[in-house]
Structures are given as C-alpha cells and as structure tokens.
Design a protein around this ligand. Structure first.
Ligand code: FES
Length: 320
C-alpha cells in the first residue's frame, strides 16, 4: 500500500475511555460509505505532523455492519516515537486524517466449532468487531479479558451489556488472572483460540496450548510491534541507487519513505511479511524485531522487515 491509495477521513467523536486510551470515531470526508471490513481488521492511520509523518496500525473496533463510521482505540504509549502522542494531543473532533484500506490479518476461522478469545489491555479492540460477527450466530464462543484494574478496562460496559456470561474479566488489582491450563486443557475438538495483547500474554497462551497438543492452525494471535529506537545507521538501496540515513528515532521503513522511495507494507508492525526485503550485503548485524521471519531466517541474515527491524552495521545494501 502507499499513501496514494489513502482514504481522507474526519474525526467525528473523541472520548477518553481510560486514563491511557482514547476512542476515536472516524467518517469519510465526502460523507460516503467506508470500505467493508471483517472483524479483526486493522487500518493504518497516517498522521502528518510538522516535522514528520507517522503511520500507525490500529484495529477497527466498530461493527463490520456499519459503513458510515470506523472506530479505533489508541493507547498512549510512554515509549512512543510520536504517533500515539499525536493522536492523544493533537487530534480532536473535526481533525482530518488519512487512513489505508482495512486489512484483516486476524480473522475468525470459518469452520471453527468454538472460539476462545483472550485479550490483554488494549488487545481488546479487534475482539469488539469480531464479537459483532459472532453475536447471535450458531458457533459458541467465550471472551477472557485481562486488564490492570476496573478504571483501565476500556469498553467494558459495552461488553457487559451484550455478552453476559460469555465474558470473563480478570483485574490484576484484585489478584485475578486467567488460569491458562484450566482454560486450554479442556476445550472441545475444533476449538480455535485467539489472543491479542502484551507479548508475555501471547507467549503464555501459545506455549500452553501447544503443550496440550493444540495444532498451530487453531492458534491465532496478533501483536503489532512498535519500531524501537536504536543507533543510527546508513543503508544503500541498490535499485534506487540511493544512500539513506536512518536516525535513532525513525524506522528503516520511515527513512526509506522520507527519502522518496516507495516500499511495500501492510501492517507496519512486523506481522504480515509484506515489507520483506532481501539483504544484498551486510557488514554488521541485523536487529530483527518482527514476528514474521523464522529464527532460521533471522540467523541467515538474508532478509529484513524494514517496518520494525534495524541494523547495527558499517555497511548494509538492500534490494530496493
Ligand atoms: S509491513 Fe507487515 S511486516 Fe512489515
């Protein structure tokens, strides 16, 4: 995707739903319908600040049946390189933004016999849209929502009103946590589990499920990584014949874009694999931060995902 394919939107409502999370409602600038999407989809929000452009992925939490609005939840990240702070501090009702078409990397399995949804904190957002698809359907499901305390539990009232006994909430402040062994050891055959939230939660769910013999095809997770800050380095783009400087607080992909070169991407969070780029030469080491390449691929050093990964090097040449 690139910005030429973006959709201009206007902010219709902003609500602070927890001390750290803001809820934004977006509509098309021309008032027309927005593209259709399914539960679990995300959009890239393009934020043009004075000195730089941020492009961050956010899950859609509104009903897939509504084409007049999209809703997203944005958590203020302490270690943010600017995107979440921009959304919190500078975006208000009437602000104009640009978004990419929705992409679903976290869809519900169509032939699952049961769905077990596990959310940690802001990881609740993709499930809100998925629940719209599940509610009233034939396939049983349950949602387990783990969160720091009641005041940090975003969208809890929306869930309580509708989900009743299918919703299980665990507040750290009350010493409650999900018993993964009990939850994952006794599910009927054909159950799929979905998890979204902090890395530790995802690792725990995946490891526990595998320990009980769940096939990988029944395990689904989504975790967008934020590109980390790091040491500056230079990269040479072989096809563009261009040397690009990557500063400490800009990702490799952002630096390539700032130099005027279009590079492919879908998620910008190290998940989809769309930005996969061949490494032609390297003197130094690649600092992989994606969830896409296998450990073996990372060790080979022949590929990099520029949306989240960096390098510590004296020379790096990419096939771009
Ligand atoms: S854009 Fe999805 S992994 Fe880089």
């Amino acid at each position: 995707m690139n910005d030429a394919q973006g959709i201009p939107v206007v902010v219709k409502a902003v609500e602070q739903v927890t001390p750290l999370i803001r809820h934004f409602t977006l509509g098309a600038v021309d008032g027309g319908p927005l593209p259709a999407f399914s539960g679990g989809s995300h959009i890239i929000v393009v934020m043009r600040a004075a000195l730089r452009t941020h492009r961050n992925p956010y899950s859609l939490l509104s009903s897939p049946r509504r084409r007049d609005i999209y809703e997203i939840g944005v958590r203020r990240m302490e270690e943010s390189r600017g995107g979440s702070h921009f959304m919190h501090d500078q975006v208000e009702v009437g602000s104009r933004l640009e978004i990419a078409h929705p992409v679903n990397l976290f869809g519900l399995d169509k032939i699952a016999r049961k769905h077990v949804l596990i959310a940690g904190g802001i990881g609740i957002t993709p499930f809100l849209a998925q629940l719209e698809d599940l509610h009233g359907g034939q396939v049983p499901y349950e949602l387990h929502y783990s969160v720091r305390s009641p005041e940090h539990a975003a969208f809890l009232h929306r869930l309580q009103d509708r989900e009743g006994g299918r919703l299980h909430v665990y507040f750290d402040s009350e010493g409650r946590s999900i018993d993964f062994d009990a939850l994952l050891s006794a599910q009927p055959l054909g159950t799929h589990v979905y998890v979204c939230g902090p890395a530790g939660l995802i690792e725990r769910v995946i490891a526990t499920a595998r320990g009980y013999g769940w096939p990988d095809s029944h395990l689904h997770w989504e975790q967008f990584s934020a590109p980390p800050v790091g040491e500056a380095f230079d990269v040479f783009l072989a096809r563009a014949k261009l040397k690009v400087h990557v500063p400490p607080d800009r990702s490799l992909l952002e630096s390539i874009e700032a130099a005027g070169v279009q590079a492919p991407y879908l998620c910008r969070g190290g998940v989809c694999g769309f930005c996969h780029t061949r490494v032609l030469e390297l003197e130094g080491e690649l600092l992989h931060n994606d969830h896409f390449l296998s450990d073996a691929d990372k060790a080979r050093g022949k590929s990099i995902m520029p949306c989240v990964s960096r390098a510590r090097c004296t020379s790096l040449v990419l096939d771009l």
